[in-house]
Design a protein. Sequence first.
Length: 181
Amino acid sequence: MEIEAPARRLLLLEDDAAFARTLARSFERRGYAVRVADGLAQLHEQLRGFHPSHAVVDLKLQGEASGLACVQALHMHDDAMLIVVLTGYASIATAVEAIKLGACHYLAKPSNTDDIEAAFGRALGTTDVELTNRASSIKTLEWERIHEVLAETGFNISETARRLGMHRRTLARKLDKRQVK
């Protein structure tokens, strides 16, 4: 008698080993078959013998230009795969790029298994999202511009600082100050 593989197979791209372990266990308890990769090289290795139906991708992977390259590779591997981008560096620019590259949703950290699973369920989008009348502040506009340039440069801090006309350390301080965890 052959054991049937779970219909929900999740590939988790996360370079924080402790967070990846916790998230993997949580999804396994929900009936997912889970594999973990910490970057683009491991992603390609995992895809050789594993065919995920779902993926969670951290936007900023250690030693990688961006998790966006992983989103693109996953979407090219299977355009029906549900991909959620999870990030501590949320911005409109990176959210737009993630969706263009094939992600079905984009979540800012902290997010848990419930949030991610709900995002998989909202892959088609909805017109019921509440619109706000709040105008963007100067700080929000600056934050968005920084992340737009970060995305353009493949998350290269030095090049982003050069393009924005600011010192690299100043940019690093701004990013650390607004980091969402």
